[in-house]
Design a protein around this ligand. Structure first.
Ligand code: F1P
Length: 310
């Protein structure tokens, strides 16, 4: 079994460990999430959830922090920078951490790698060493970090539900004719946009596929022209009437649509919890299965290393 497959399958077990790692946020402070790749996508979703709950927060790719020092919205308008890096060594994130400390922000590092630069250089660190991954592509650790950093906004232990959602995802994806699909589109708005961006990244990294991500209704304004009978749209749905109409429209163009939501093909979300971290499971499995169907080794993505350094 590949490391990637093992690491996706252990996500439910990781979610038994995250309740003890729950982050807490101070209502009077403003947060800035910074990272690269999947770690940046985590910040997208986290900042959206925090803002909705009255905690002002922002997200920046680590590269953009480096490129445009002293951005007016970094300082003095934010107080605490949360630097996320699974390996703790992505060059942009480490340099961004140094820069943000220098301009006076408090820094919290988030990583799976003990003794990494992110741990050593940040004032405080959340260490997810139990979620350490061998594989190049970030998979189960994304689910675990998201669950923990959602803190009070995701209070439920999702481990058992994760087992169910992963099994449902495997069944739904087994029904797709993956060999004929060559275009993958991920749609979601607000906190689901970051998860859609992550879905697109997984299909690129693992399966070298052509991808898009967008807000659902925005996708109608141009990008839908690229849909064919070989397109699969994964809709991270808020179950709105607009989205239901959109599904019908996308299907009229010949695309297949896989809906993840309270009333979707893969059911995620209940009245007690929106189960946000579980929405990542179907896209992890989709990326992995598409890679396998093409004869690719998902443990060794093309042109990519586990830590991207400059
Ligand atoms: C960031 C990242 C990963 C990606 C790949 C290359 O890594 O972009 O998201 O899957 O491994 O690096 P990190 O800073 O989170 O270690």
């Amino acid at each position: 079994m590949s490391a990637t497959e093992r690491e996706i399958n252990r996500a439910p077990a990781l979610l038994n460990q995250t309740p003890r790692m729950k982050a807490s946020y101070d209502k009077g402070r403003r947060y800035l999430f910074v990272g690269c790749g999947s770690s940046y996508n985590l910040g997208y979703t986290l900042s959206s959830v925090l803002n909705r709950n009255g905690i002002p927060s922002f997200v920046r790719s680590a590269g953009s922090v480096l490129a445009v020092h002293n951005l007016p919205d970094l300082n003095p308008e934010t107080d605490i920078a949360v630097l996320i890096s699974r390996t703790g060594e992505s060059t942009e994130t480490v340099l961004a951490l140094e820069h943000l400390r220098k301009i006076g922000l408090s820094t919290i590092g988030v990583t799976c790698q003990r003794d990494s630069s992110i741990v050593k250089k940040s004032e405080r660190a959340y260490l997810f060493d139990f979620a350490y991954e061998e594989s190049v592509v970030m998979t189960g650790s994304f689910v675990a970090i998201l669950d923990a950093l959602l803190g009070p906004f995701q209070p439920t232990n999702l481990s058992e539900r994760a087992t169910v959602v992963l099994e449902d995802s495997k069944r739904a994806i087994a029904r797709l004719d993956l060999t004929h699909l060559n275009h993958f589109v991920f749609l979601g708005f607000n906190e689901l946009l970051g998860l859609s961006k992550e879905g697109a990244l997984k299909l690129q990294e693992m399966a070298l596929e052509s991808v898009d991500y967008s807000e659902p209704l925005e996708y109608r304004h141009g990008p839908k022209s690229t849909l064919t009978a070989s397109s699969l749209v994964v809709l991270q749905s808020h179950d709105t009437t607009y989205e239901k109409d959109l599904i019908a429209e996308l299907k009229r163009y010949g695309a297949q649509v896989l809906v993840v939501g309270k009333t979707g093909d893969i059911i995620v979300g209940s009245s007690e919890s929106d189960e946000l971290p579980l929405r990542v499971l179907p896209v992890l499995w989709l990326g992995y299965q598409k890679a396998i169907s093409k004869g690719l080794n998902p443990d060794q993505p093309k042109n990519l290393s586990k830590t991207v350094v400059i």
